[in-house]
Design a binder for this molecule. Structure first.
Ligand code: HEC
Ligand code: HEC
Length: 279
């Protein structure tokens, strides 16, 4: 199963937006049945969201409706309960077919230790940070796009994955993941980039007002609870891609936009590789 998922992730990354679904469906015609059941659910959730947006746009949905409750799953009426890591772990491992929630572990690995570089490691990330990201992947009612998009403002796979999570689900999953150890951290891959990467990490680029990454992500890259994510042990290509998304604004965040906006592709590549290799 793992090599299959790897191949699909790779194909997904390579393909243009228009050909992605086609590619996946061609593969579904072959011997990929178990994976394709998963894809079916993704497409279903995705279509539900598109449909709900079309309905809203065409004015058919004035006022509250049953549809908006399924699309934007409601929080419990009783107010915020204490997060429950065991429930979070269960949802992460198994998903919830009745609510169109796919098992997160199928992409992010057991206990958030991913084996596929396009799917980030989630183990040992700060609780609050994870909750914020899951919230930012959702399309809020009345908004055209989520705060966190892929390149060119296109949806990331997470747009569909996060859409049906309630605030309580997010709290539970985030608490579970924050408690999991990062068992097989990714490593840096380019010795030649160390010098520049280390310089940016420790001292920033003063001539361009780029601050030292260590100031917010901590000297060893482990992050700072709760809003500063861990970068050490994350996949270098994921870190690189996120810095470019902050720079383009496709991933909305004022602080990181200001940081990335002043960095070249070469700066980004070097610091991404260095950060991944920190321990
Ligand atoms: C089909 C594969 C897939 C599934 C299933 C999936 N994810 Fe993701 N997830 C991704 C990808 C790809 C990204 C990177 C998105 C990006 O680059 O914007 C990601 C990113 C994330 C992030 C952001 C991490 C960070 O460091 O900022 C969180 C949090 C997350 N996923 C949680 C979940 C949860 C919780 C579930 C289950 C409800 C889930 N994912 C299911 C593929 C998946
Ligand atoms: C002033 C504080 C601050 C500084 C300095 C800073 N960051 Fe960040 N960084 C943040 C915050 C806050 C977030 C979370 C953004 C969000 O909520 O989406 C973040 C997120 C990130 C992410 C996304 C991680 C993920 O899992 O998706 C990357 C990558 C990153 N920063 C890299 C860097 C690098 C490299 C530098 C140095 C060039 C740097 N940051 C400097 C505050 C900072």
């Amino acid at each position: 199963m793992v090599p299959v998922r790897g191949a699909v992730s790779f194909a997904y990354k390579q393909a243009s937006e228009q050909t992605r679904f086609d590619t996946v469906f061609q593969m579904c015609g072959q011997a990929w049945a178990p994976f394709c059941a998963l894809i079916d659910v993704i497409v279903e959730v995705f279509m539900k969201r598109v449909l709900s947006r079309m309905l809203v746009a065409s004015g058919l949905l004035l006022g509250a409706s049953a549809f908006s409750t399924t699309s934007f799953a409601a929080d419990g009426a009783a107010g915020p309960a204490k997060p429950d890591a065991a429930k979070g772990g269960q949802l992460f491992d198994q998903g919830d077919a009745s609510r169109g929630i796919i098992a997160c572990a199928s992409c992010h690995g057991a206990a958030g230790n991913s084996t596929i570089p396009v799917n980030p490691n989630l183990a040992a990330q700060p609780h609050e940070y994870l909750v914020k990201q899951l919230t930012n992947f959702q399309v809020k009612q009345g908004a055209k796009l989520p705060l966190r998009n892929g390149p060119g403002g296109n949806p990331t796979p997470m747009t569909a994955m996060a859409q049906n999570l309630t605030p309580a689900d997010m709290q539970n999953i985030a608490l579970y993941l924050a408690q999991q150890p990062l068992k097989e951290p990714a490593t840096a891959g380019h010795e030649k980039l160390v010098e520049l990467g280390q310089k940016i990490w420790r001292g920033g680029l003063p001539e361009r007002n780029v601050p030292a990454c260590a100031a917010c992500h901590s000297a060893n890259g482990a992050g700072i609870p709760g809003q500063y994510p861990r970068l050490s042990g994350q996949f270098p290509m994921y870190i690189e891609e996120q810095l470019k998304l902050f720079r383009s604004g496709d991933r909305a965040n004022d602080v990181m936009h200001a940081v990335a906006d002043r960095m070249s592709d070469a700066d980004i590549k070097a610091v991404a590789d260095y950060a991944a290799g920190l321990r």
